[in-house]
Design a protein around this ligand. Structure first.
Ligand SMILES: Cc1cc2nc3c(=O)[nH]c(=O)nc-3n(C[C@H](O)[C@H](O)[C@H](O)COP(=O)(O)O)c2cc1C
Length: 183
């Protein structure tokens, strides 16, 4: 399969099981992420790898995040605790804004998003399933701090990675005419 085949057939997969990427595959995925376009080469991204038992710690972090925001519904808290267990590995991609006179936070966030997309394509090319998630945790400073981020950092995406469990979704037909015009 070529990279173009991967791009044309990519779809997210929510049901992910072991095995996740091994050390070699993880390295390739992260290297692809670091090759993303980045205005000024500011490197405004930080990646945090969460796997194994540390997923439970991330779940606790999600629970604390909800509690601090006044959520007490046990079903919601239980769901948050289990959320990171939905895949063997999670890559948190953070925006770490770099001070610059003309390249602002928005543009730096776009670079992080491009980087996460590259990681997602690399993972799919290597045969893994993947889904990009955010949710309310992504912008919570407590979650960012627990991930080791600096004040002001923001999670642009949690990439859940693993082996696809069950069939892939059907790809919808896309009409180029609906989204593309020629100037
Ligand atoms: C910035 C961003 C945030 C997302 N957050 C979530 C999320 O929190 N939960 C979720 O189920 N899907 C989320 N998605 C959507 C999925 O990653 C996925 O793209 C979507 O389900 C469509 O499936 P497809 O990628 O196969 O087209 C997000 C996507 C992006 C780009």
């Amino acid at each position: 399969m070529s990279v173009l085949d991967t791009l044309l057939s990519r779809n997210s997969h929510a049901r992910l099981v072991e095995p996740g990427p091994d050390a070699q595959a993880l390295k390739a995925i992260l290297r692809a992420a670091l090759r993303a376009p980045d205005h000024g080469r500011l490197r405004p991204w930080r990646y945090v790898v969460i796997q194994g038992e540390r997923r439970q710690a991330l779940g606790k972090c999600f629970v604390d995040s909800l509690k601090l925001r006044g959520v007490s519904d046990t079903a919601k808290l239980d769901k948050a605790a289990k959320a990171p267990l939905r895949a063997p590995m999670i890559l948190a991609g953070l925006l770490h804004e770099v001070e610059h006179t003309t390249i602002g936070r928005d543009e730096q966030g776009h670079a992080v998003a491009a980087s996460l997309a590259a990681a997602q394509i690399a993972a799919e090319f290597l045969g893994f399933g993947c889904i990009w998630r955010t949710g309310s945790y992504a912008t919570d400073p407590l979650v960012v701090e627990m991930l080791g981020g600096a004040p002001g950092d923001q999670v642009v995406g949690f990439l859940y990675l693993g082996t696809r469990d069950g069939p892939s979704k059907l790809l919808p037909e896309e009409s180029l005419d609906a989204f593309v015009s020629h100037f």
